[in-house]
Design a protein around this ligand. Structure first.
Ligand SMILES: Cc1cc2nc3c(=O)[nH]c(=O)nc-3n(C[C@H](O)[C@H](O)[C@H](O)COP(=O)(O)O)c2cc1C
Length: 390
């Protein structure tokens, strides 16, 4: 059994175990990938303050997200097609999140349905909604989410048109994959994955097929999906959907202070600073760069989360110290899922937990609630006269 000490170990195993088109779907950004890369490299510019002799024996990572107790301030972000990374992938990820005491967010574009997750986990979860045109489907999916016990709606605003990812176009990515010669050869090289997929019935979009009018086959689904992303989306419509839902909402995809200012007026309970993991607007700033300006706009007490680029506990802590109340992870758990299903996601989460715990200790902090800007090196500290006052 290999020893997994960092998320990168899981990524390498994942790459070996899953057919190329699904690996390529995850491990990529839009166009040149500049925002995708900046989401990670911009963290490197932020430095921790190494503090000593602080008695760090009583450490605590547990806190709350959206009023829910969590064992650490990390949630699983909505990721489409998890059931193509691992058979019944959404169920595996949701169970791992429950075992680790962190929230799971089911994507609209999942293989397992809302009802599948409710039945398999019997625990509250969060649901991500794309703002779709089909009003009947929208009302219906919100009602299904309510009935399944979904506690928080994550409303994604940054995908009303799809950013271009070269590899997906070149691979002809679909779910389930079309049986072209190239795909058959590639799938044959991943027998463990293929066997698992043959054993599950969940190989298409479980929230859509059989629920959206006229969608019964893969072709019907592709056509329906491409018509659904609503390019007319505006703030009035966002407010309408928030009203329709009637419960707590996180607005996902805010990456600009002016949008954050407008989003506050919608009455949404929280925002998720996100650029969709660099998959939408290439050339946009990393979320860690945009975060401080957004925090200034929403004020110190508004629940603000961040995703995009987090693949270590250190990056999570840098985001928290820079103004986030918690973070969401995408690829960091998908690598684990593709590598080893539920156990892999649990491994991802325990790697992140350990990294957060050790880093917090070496910064001289016991409680995650005290991990703030004072834990980061600042220019003031380079100036000895100012530093003396700290
Ligand atoms: C393969 C993949 C599929 C995604 N699917 C969705 C989705 O269905 N809905 C959504 O709101 N965001 C989706 N996202 C964006 C994630 O929710 C999240 O914003 C992003 O993964 C964060 O960046 P990270 O992967 O660097 O952690 C997806 C991301 C990836 C990598």
């Amino acid at each position: 059994m290999p020893v997994f000490t960092e998320i990168e170990d899981l990524r390498r195993l994942y790459q070996r175990r899953v057919p190329r088109m699904f690996y390529d779907y995850v491990d990529v950004g839009a166009w040149t990938g500049s925002t995708y890369r900046a989401n990670r490299t911009d963290f490197e510019r932020i430095l921790f303050r190494q503090r000593v002799a602080q008695n760090i024996e009583a450490r605590n990572l547990s806190t709350q997200m959206m009023g829910r107790p969590v064992s650490m301030p990390i949630a699983l972000a909505p990721v489409g097609l998890l059931g193509m990374q691992h058979p019944d992938g959404e169920i595996h990820a949701a169970r791992a999140a429950n075992a680790a005491g962190v929230p799971f967010t089911l994507s609209t574009m999942s293989m397992c349905s809302i009802e599948d997750i409710a039945e398999a986990t019997r625990a509250p979860f969060w649901f991500q909604l794309y703002t779709l045109r089909d009003e009947e489907f929208l009302d219906n999916v919100l009602e299904r989410a309510r009935r399944a016990g979904v506690t928080v709606l994550v409303l994604t605003l940054d995908l009303t048109i799809q950013g271009q990812r070269h590899k997906d176009l070149k691979n002809g990515m679909t779910a389930p994959p079309r049986l072209t010669l190239a795909n058959i050869i590639n799938i044959a090289q991943h027998p463990r994955w293929a066997l698992g997929m043959l054993q599950t019935k969940r190989r298409s979009f479980g929230n859509i097929v059989g629920h959206a009018r006229g969608v019964k086959s893969l072709d019907g689904l592709m056509e329906w999906t491409s018509r659904q992303f609503d390019q007319r989306l505006d703030w009035r419509r966002v407010e309408e959907i928030i009203r329709k839902w009637g419960g707590p909402v996180i607005l996902k995809g805010i990456n600009d202070p002016e949008d954050a200012r407008r989003a506050l007026d919608t009455g949404a309970q929280a925002m998720l600073v996100s650029n969709h993991g660099g998959r939408q607007l290439d050339g946009a700033p990393s979320t860690i760069r945009a975060l401080p300006s957004i925090r200034r706009v929403v004020g110190p007490d508004y629940p603000l989360y961040l995703d995009s680029g987090i693949q270590s506990g250190q990056e999570a802590l840098k985001a928290i110290a820079s103004g986030a109340n918690g973070v969401f992870i995408g690829r960091a758990f998908v690598y684990g899922l593709g590598a080893m299903g539920q156990k892999g996601v649990e491994t991802s989460l325990s790697i992140l937990r350990r990294e957060m715990d050790i880093t917090m200790a070496l910064c001289g902090i016991n409680d995650i609630k005290d991990f703030g800007p004072n834990c980061l090196w600042s220019d003031d500290l380079d100036n000895p006269t100012k530093a003396a006052r700290n």
